[in-house]
Design a protein around this ligand. Structure first.
Ligand SMILES: [Zn+2]
Length: 235
């Protein structure tokens, strides 16, 4: 039996595309798409739905720089293009992902699907079936980070460290917020679709290896993975 909306959980099984930077074949759902306007400027296609020819890239600034160096953009679009600024493109994608992630959280909060704060998250973890995702602010204290990581891993719940306390608190009507859990699976999956490319882009922009070659880091495991223990990003 197939369920409506089940499609997303099969994100690794769908169509594959080649990154024009590193030339690796990857599931399309893991790649970013760019399009070119009539004037020959490259634009991020955040939702991957703009019409016309597109080109795909890993969520990694190294691949974007490599694509620029190899003139892969004009090859992909089969016409001359304006110069592409790889770092600006990566930043643009990251900003959009951040904005979308916050928009999903606002909706989730208004719909009552979020437990805010350490104590409530801890309580909700006791009933792990209801919590597909725990989110810890990227600038949460190291004690909070360690505590939440341990708790989430023990409960076998997916967790991510992303967004800032300031951004999360703004969603929470200005009340300090560094930790939350989201108990709506569909929303959690949508959130991961924004957070994972965001984390990957930001890590590649900060990483010293981004100067020497493409990142070899494996993509993070999603909600469909049964056990996530030991596979979470560490900071
Ligand atoms: Zn790539």
């Amino acid at each position: 039996m197939t369920r409506a909306g089940h499609k997303r959980s099969g994100r690794r099984a769908g169509p594959h595309r080649t990154c024009i930077g590193c030339r690796r074949l990857r599931p399309q759902a893991e790649l970013l798409r760019v399009v070119a306007d009539p004037e020959g400027s490259i634009w991020p296609d955040h939702f991957g739905k703009l019409p016309g020819r597109g080109a795909h890239l890993c969520p990694d600034v190294v691949c974007m720089r490599e694509a620029v160096q190899r003139r892969a953009f004009s090859r992909a679009f089969k016409r001359p293009l304006q110069p592409v600024d790889a770092d600006a493109l990566a930043k643009n994608f990251a900003n959009q992902a951040r904005k979308q992630a916050l928009a999903i959280l606002v909706t989730a909060l208004r719909s009552g699907f979020i437990e805010a704060g350490r104590d409530r998250v801890q309580q909700s973890l006791a009933d792990q079936k209801k919590v597909p995702l725990v989110l810890v602010a990227e600038d949460a204290s190291s004690g909070t980070q360690a505590q939440m990581r341990t708790m989430a891993e023990r409960a076998d719940v997916v967790w991510r460290q992303a967004l800032t306390k300031k951004e999360l608190s703004a969603l929470h009507r200005g009340k300090p917020l560094a930790v939350l859990s989201l108990r709506h699976r569909g929303m959690a999956e949508r959130l991961l679709e924004e957070l994972d490319p965001l984390l990957s882009l930001e890590a590649s922009r900060k990483s010293p290896e981004s100067k020497s070659g493409p990142s070899t880091r494996k993509p993070r495991e999603g909600l469909t993975q049964k056990s996530l223990r030991g596979k979470m990003p560490r900071k």
